[in-house]
Design a protein around this ligand. Structure first.
Ligand code: AP5
Length: 224
């Protein structure tokens, strides 16, 4: 992290495979604020076999959404941890208008500063999702053709990156349909609040990162 960075309170919207996790992880390190991915938190609960994980597993594998009240509770707790005081980058939450309204209440004292909508079209996301590999040990996201995992081993933890359980074709379609129905309305919701920045998600990871950083820096320029 960069201790000099003022921090930021933001969220990243975008279809499945748009690159939210990839970009939010990197931005969190740069801004020295936690990257809070509700998908990663749920997958960790599934791995650990907690009651939440047991409940979430079937829902996630089918590509459905975990109920709002469950998700709101998880995020409320997470945002009250000490490392979230300088800011946070939410990835995968909110996903419904109900979750967005709950977030506004939770963060009333220190509200959202910017919402990045990472724009990519359907053909690209399906291609990206089917070539995604995720390390079950540390959660790092790779592309199948990444030279770093050419021997099948994660260079960070020695785990063996695999296709996610919900990255099967039927579940992908279900998730994309739900995105249109439940999550896409958040674009207008945040545009109306003056928080929305649409960022082109095509191009290399470095190109997309530079675009995101430019809008985040512009929005937080006067933050003390
Ligand atoms: P979640 O984990 O949030 O999954 P998602 O929304 O399906 O998003 P993805 O992880 O698929 O996409 P991403 O945009 O992060 O893409 P990535 O960076 O990996 O949620 C999973 C499930 O949990 C949900 O379906 C639901 O059941 C449940 N859930 C979670 N939150 C919930 C909530 N709030 N309410 C209810 N239920 C909830 O990139 C994709 C691939 O592309 C990677 O391989 C990457 O390496 C590659 N890539 C990235 N950028 C580029 C680039 N510029 N060029 C080429 N390749 C790229």
């Amino acid at each position: 992290g960069e201790p000099g960075h003022p921090g930021v309170r933001m969220l990243i919207l975008g279809r499945q495979g748009a690159g939210k996790g990839t970009q939010a992880e990197r931005l969190g390190r740069l801004c020295a604020v936690p990257h809070i991915s509700t998908g990663d938190m749920l997958r960790a609960a599934v791995r650990e076999g907690t009651p939440l994980g047991r409940r979430a597993k079937q829902i996630m594998d089918a590509g459905d959404l975990v109920p709002d009240e469950v998700m709101v509770g998880i995020v409320d707790d997470r945002l009250h941890e000490p490392d979230a005081e300088r800011g946070w980058i939410l990835d995968g939450f909110p996903r419904t208008v109900g979750q967005a309204e709950a977030l506004a209440e939770i963060t009333a004292g220190a509200p959202l500063e910017v919402v990045v909508d990472l724009a990519v079209d359907n053909a690209v996301v399906i291609e990206r999702i089917s070539s995604r590999r995720v390390c079950p040990g540390c959660g790092t996201i790779y592309r199948a053709d990444d030279a770093a995992i050419a021997d099948g081993t994660c260079p960070k933890c020695g785990g063996h990156p695999v296709l996610r359980d919900d990255d099967q074709p039927e579940a992908i379609q279900r998730r994309l349909d739900l995105y249109e129905q439940e999550t896409a309305p958040l674009v207008d919701h945040y545009r109306a609040q003056g928080l929305l920045e649409t960022v082109d998600g095509l191009g290399t990871e470095d190109e997309v990162f530079a675009r995101i950083l430019a809008v985040v820096d512009a929005r937080t320029a006067d933050r003390g």
